[in-house]
Each structure stands twice: as C-alpha cells, then as structure tokens.
Design a protein around this ligand. Structure first.
Ligand code: UD1
Length: 447
C-alpha cells in the first residue's frame, strides 16, 4: 500500500479535541463558481467502521472522510482492541484508506465519556454483542436537537434473543450460548441507528432475523453492501423489510464509503443562495431525489452528469413547502440548510420538522442576520427578505452550523460563526472547499 510515497502508518487514533476558540469569518456576497469535491459520507462511515468488530480479518474502507466524528470512532475502536492502519494521512489528502483488524476484541465497553460526545458510538453495541457475546454501552443522554432515546435499538436486539439490563446509565447486553437465536421486529417508528445496530448484530446470528418498517436510507444500503461483501446473507436491501440469515463467521473486505449526500445538498444550497454555479464532483443524484426535487421546485437548475451534479442558480428563488420524513422523503439533515436558502426566496415558505422535536435552534441566529422566521411547534414559516446582514452567530449543532455558513455567504458584510467544532464533525475542510469556488471565508483561531 502506498501513502504518497511514504509507508502506510499504523496508528492509534487520537481523540478529537475541539478548539473552542476557532471561528469562521465570511465576507458575504461572492457568487460561487467551480468544481467542489464531495467527500465520503459521515453517516455511512460511522456505521461501516464498527463492522470491523464482526470479523477477525482485515476490513479496509476507502474514501473515508477526514472528520472529527470519524477520528473519535477510530479512537473508540482502538479501545476495543481494533488495530488501525491509515493511508492518505497527509493533510492534503481527501479520501483516506483505513484498514482495521479486530483479531481479538479486548474490551466490550463503550464508556459514557465517549458516547456522550458522539452518539453514533452506540453503533458498537450490535457488533460487540454478535462477535463477543456481550457488550456494555453507556446510554447517550440528551442531545441538542431532541430527546433521541435508544429504546428501539434495544427492543430490536431483544426481539432477536439478546438479554438486556439497564443500570447506572449503562446497558449490559448478552446473548445465549451459540449466538442470537433470531426473531422478528417491527419498528414502530423508522430509526436509522436502530436498523443499523440490528442488522450488524443479525449478520452473525444463529438463526434468521427479520426487520419490518426498517430504515432504508442510502447509508443503510451502504452498510448492507459492506456486510454482503464480508459474507453476510441479507435479503431486501434498499426496502423496509430486511431478512438477515445469520452466518457463523464473516470475512474481511475492501469497500468504498458512499459520497455524502448531505454535504452535497449543503453545497447545492450554497450555489443557490449565492446565485452561482457549482459542480458537485462525486455526488450521486440517485441518493438525492428529494433534495434535488426541492431545489428544482425552488427554481434552481440541477443537472446530473457522469462525474457528479451541476447546480446553477440566477439567485431568484421560489418559496417551498417542505416536510422532513425518513428516506426517500426530504431528510431532516437538510432542513436547516434549506431554511437558510429560503430566507432569500421570493415569498413565504413553510417547513415542518417531523423527526426531531428541537431542530430549529438555528432560527434565532438566522434572525440576528435579518431573516424573518416564525416557529410554531414543529412548523416554521420563512418569509423571504431582500437582504441578510452579517453578524456574529453561534453554531448549536452540525447542520444548524451549516445554515449559518450559508446565510453568511449571502449576507452583506462579515459573519463570524463561533463553535466551529460542530462543523468539524461533519464537513471535511469546509473553508478550503468553499474558498476554491470563490467564497471569502477563513478560519480564525485565537487559542
Ligand atoms: C441518524 C443520523 C442523523 C439523522 C437521523 C435521521 C447518523 C450517525 N445519524 O441518526 O444524522 O438526522 O438518522 O435521519 O447516521 N428514536 C427513538 N428511539 C430510538 C431511536 C430513535 O424514539 O431508539 C427516534 C428519534 O428520537 C427520532 C427518530 O426516532 O425522533 C429518528 O431517529 P434515528 O433515525 O434513530 O436517528 P439516528 O440514527 O440517531
């Protein structure tokens, strides 16, 4: 394996330490134009990484994004006994190649300190249970965008035959001798993470596991495709009914992380709000129907081509009525970015958030920049304004932070976005990508 002429590095992952003083400064008004590369998907990476726990053979992931959440997950895997070897570790490389090997699982615990900082850590529960027969995982606790319990993860595993006990903030799970017997679970509401945990556990079950009303996000298809490459037997991939015939063992595989549809959608909104034309290189239109349909409805030109998707806008945006819902409908992870874009539409838009109960925390910050948004419960009415004005604003979560960046790109004057560590969780080299297409944006560090 090569690493730009250097040998690959075997590494324990460093824990991500945020720089609380970092800010992003944007001087708005520039039209964006050019080619913008789309990275590997954060949410796919976070469910592909724990698959390494399911086999004692090497699992190699290509196109792995350079993100704080990915590094934190690597750190957790190291703590569980997974060795990791990284290629493309130079700062100038985009997609990294990571080879993981869990020859022996040395710990079956995901501690509070890690899970509370990154909820996706609970995705080690299913694989640990399946491979080691037991797991102890901290309950994640509260989250900025909503309550986000993990009851559905636990109920699905219980339906497959796991024994669960919750005490002192931790879930202890175990399986009978010989592995999970299998069973049927019907999700009362669609859950991406619970579907992922259940599918990973089921892949090594002793019997057949059936999931009904399962999530069918593209990231779940990516997970199933990796598991199949590792020898898993899964029927119904891409549908809401997954039938997993457990295997005695899985083997290693090499797999490429899918492109990030939310990153691509976010930069599409950047092109639209600045009235520019951006080529999203590597984006896959097949995973983005609802996002692209909404952009077209807003008057944005969307042209998929063999290398990606070209997004062009004359800056004249039409208002929309949008409601978030599980895939294939419009994703909750794009709600904040569309809201920012629609602050510049010609008329009133109505957005309804059906997935998370507290996902409008960007509204008061957008209002500080001149946006006209009224929230009533789960519905927000966004009345387009002639201009936004730059201001110091505070990021509250990952996608909310991106909505402030988008507003800053279109605003008059300078916007300073604080708490940039939220963005580092999910946008690979945001300033670099946006500067390359003409944005006046920089990261400023006082620390
Ligand atoms: C994943 C994504 C996140 C996205 C979300 C919805 C990752 C790492 N994160 O989060 O970016 O916004 O899907 O598309 O992939 N719920 C329960 N009990 C549970 C689990 C979920 O009630 O056990 C509820 C949640 O509170 C929420 C809804 O189900 O209201 C959907 O959540 P879920 O799909 O599980 O989101 P995550 O997997 O946490």
């Amino acid at each position: 394996m090569t690493n730009g002429g250097q040998p690959p590095c075997t590494a324990r992952w460093r824990r991500y330490e945020p720089c609380p003083m970092d800010r992003i400064h944007i001087r708005g008004g520039n039209m964006l134009n050019g080619r913008l590369p789309i990275s590997g998907a954060k949410n796919a990476a976070l469910t592909l990484l724990p698959c390494a726990l399911l086999t004692d053979e090497p699992v190699t992931l290509r196109n792995l994004p350079r993100l704080a959440d990915v590094d934190s997950f690597g750190h957790l895997l190291n703590q569980l006994g997974v060795s990791t070897m990284i290629e493309g570790a130079r700062p100038e490389d985009f997609g990294r190649v990571l080879t993981m090997r869990a020859g022996r699982v040395t710990s079956t615990e995901a501690p509070y300190d890690i899970v509370r900082k990154m909820r996706a850590s609970i995705l080690v529960l299913g694989p640990l249970l399946a491979r080691a027969g037991e797991a102890r995982v901290s309950l994640p606790g509260g989250c900025a965008i909503g309550n986000r319990p993990i009851d559905l993860h636990l109920k699905a595993l219980e339906a497959f035959g796991a024994t669960l006990e919750t005490t002192a903030g931790y879930v202890r799970a175990s399986v009978p001798d010989g592995g999970l017997p299998g069973g049927i679970y019907t999700f009362p509401v669609v859950s991406v993470g619970a579907t992922e945990n259940a599918v990973m556990a089921a892949s090594l079950a002793n019997g057949t596991c059936i999931l009904e009303n399962a999530a069918r996000e593209p990231e779940i298809v990516d997970l199933c495709n990796l598991l199949v490459a590792m020898g898993a037997d899964i029927e119904g991939i891409g549908t809401d009914k997954l039938i997993i015939h457990g295997r005695e063992r899985l083997h290693g595989a090499t797999y490429s992380v899918m492109p990030d549809r939310i990153e691509a959608g976010s930069y599409a909104c950047a092109a639209a709000i600045t009235g520019g034309s951006v080529d999203l290189i590597g984006a896959n239109a097949d995973d983005m129907h609802a996002i692209l349909a909404a952009l077209r409805d807003a008057g944005v030109q969307v042209d998929p081509h063999k290398d990606g998707i070209r997004i062009s806008s004359d800056g004249k945006l039409k208002p929309l009525t949008l409601s978030t819902a599980p895939f294939p409908a419009f994703p909750t992870d794009m709600q904040a970015q569309f809201m920012a874009m629609l602050t510049k539409a010609d008329g009133a838009s109505v957005l309804t958030e059906t997935i998370f109960e507290n996902r409008y925390m960007h509204v008061p910050e957008l209002a500080r920049m001149g946006a006209d948004i009224a929230v009533n419960g789960r519905t927000a009415v966004v009345r387009g304004v002639d201009k936004l004005v730059g201001a110091p604003v505070m990021a509250t979560d990952l996608r909310a932070s991106m909505s402030l960046i988008l507003a800053g790109l279109a605003a008059e004057g300078e916007t300073q976005v604080q708490r940039v560590y939220h963005l580092d969780r999910g946008y690979e080299r945001l300033e670099e990508k946006l500067s390359a297409v003409g944005a006046d944006i920089e990261r400023v560090s006082d620390g």
